[in-house]
Design a binder for this molecule. Structure first.
Ligand code: LLP
Length: 418
């Protein structure tokens, strides 16, 4: 690619290219998360088409609010929650508990009680302590959920080590290789609980289908062993989430058909379920920022500072994640300027886009957008430096509705005791 090429429009969903982002920024303020609702719905439907209704649970950690929970419900997906907080938001939105899958490597007694009390349909167990606690609760009269045992296949996912979860050193799940997984199935099957299936999540932001194939084969092999040795029936293989999203022009866009083909091909005819988060929510949104200052530093380069930063997108700081940037008003112009887009936080590491390409003459007051910010952006946002968290808007058919309001300065002290 010639570096001054215009921005690659294919990184932005059609519904957002068609709307007036400048007008949205004026109306709702910046920074602002703007989602293309039709894109979200289309992506949900595509997943259901490839895996079947009842076999897809949206991973709410990627992005959750009341409107998102309702959208996922309307599209017929199940919902993966990993904490009592995600569970509470889902239930408050009216999400049917029977279609909720409860995760967590350290579920508290309170979270277990809340999940069982609400009638959560499926619990993915991650430790022997948890199996004991669930067993006790059911022995004391709680309705038994379907139980999936989280297993670790010992497979590398070729992604950032912070989000790689299927290797032998993982804090998640029970190792197949060590025998811990078989022991966990044995303990569950001999309790008041029964084993409905196995769960395996090898990591996040993964493009390589061979990692998925390998993990699935190992899990299938283990299912066969558990059935033979313990007489259980593994009726479901939940193969987690993790499919990568396209952030940069040069990133691949892995077709869902290929991903589904890889999993089904390796699953030897067994029922496969998945838990996508990023690949549904990530590409659906852009973040809009207002440029506040442009600073040229001798021998270093140009800093373009925007009115957000690591408080609305910590991914560059946490994982060195790369993003593209564009100026909505000048989206098709050449981009000869190389700049570092930075935030307003008190850290040198507060980078929004390293090595951004921008049109010449970018200046204070310009609107700047970053694509593919729909997953793990708002959901990991903080109030660092007491910066209020942004608003979130869903756009559909040219109409925008605010689904999460912007925090106010009053919100910043609402938890403080006088
Ligand atoms: N299932 C389980 C058990 C998970 O732990 C996760 C993500 C998912 C499904 C959904 O994965 P996805 O399809 O979204 O990749 N904050 C990091 C990502 C952490 C992922 C945690 N688990 C990031 O911003 O890259």
């Amino acid at each position: 690619m010639i570096t001054s090429d215009p921005f690659d429009r294919t990184l932005v969903p059609a519904g957002l290219l068609a709307c007036d982002l400048e007008e949205l920024a004026d109306r709702f303020g910046t920074p602002l998360f703007v989602y293309d609702e039709d894109f979200l719905r289309a992506r949900c439907r595509e997943y259901v088409r490839h895996f079947g209704a009842g076999n897809v649970a949206y991973a709410s950690k990627a992005f959750l609010c009341t409107a998102m929970a309702r959208l996922v419900d309307q599209e017929g997906l199940n919902l993966d929650v990993a904490t009592g907080g995600e569970l509470a938001v889902a239930l408050n939105a009216g999400f049917p508990p029977s279609r909720i899958v409860m995760h967590g490597n350290n579920k508290s007694d309170g979270e277990i009680t809340a999940a069982l009390g609400a009638g959560v349909g499926t619990v993915v167990v991650d430790s022997l302590d948890e199996i004991e606690r669930l067993d006790r609760a059911v022995a004391h009269g709680a309705t038994a959920p379907r139980i999936l045992i989280r297993v670790t296949p010992g497979v590398e996912a070729h992604t950032h080590e912070f989000v790689e979860t299927g290797t032998e050193r993982s804090k998640f799940g029970f190792s197949i290789a060590s025998g811990a997984a078989l022991d966990a199935v044995r303990r569950t099957a001999s309790s008041h609980l029964s084993v409905a299936g196995l769960h395996c999540h090898i990591g996040s932001q993964i493009y390589r289908l061979d990692s998925y194939r390998r993990a699935t084969e190992i899990v299938v092999g283990f299912a066969v062993e558990a059935e033979r040795v313990l007489g259980v029936t593994v009726e479901e293989l939940d193969l987690g989430g993790g499919l990568g999203a396209r952030y940069l022009t040069d990133d691949p866009d892995v077709p869902l058909a290929d991903y589904a083909g890889a999993l089904h091909g390796a699953a030897a005819g067994r029922r496969v379920t998945v838990e996508p988060g990023r690949s549904i929510a990530g590409p659906a949104a852009v973040t809009l920022y207002r440029v506040g200052t442009v600073k040229h530093v001798d021998e270093v380069g140009t800093y373009v500072a925007v009115d957000g930063g690591m408080s609305d997108n910590p991914r560059p700081v946490l994982y060195g994640a790369g993003y593209e940037a564009f100026l909505p008003r000048r989206i098709d112009e050449a981009r000869p300027l190389e700049a570092t887009v930075v935030g307003k936080h008190c850290e040198q590491g507060d980078v929004v886009v390293a090595g951004a390409r921008l049109p010449e003459g970018v200046r204070a007051g310009d609107l700047l957008a970053t694509p593919t910010t729909g997953a793990y952006g708002y959901s990991m946002a903080s109030n660092y430096n007491r910066v209020p968290r942004p608003a979130v808007v869903f756009v559909r058919g040219g109409e925008a509705r605010e689904v999460v309001r912007r925090e106010t300065l009053d919100d910043l002290v609402r938890l403080d005791r006088p």
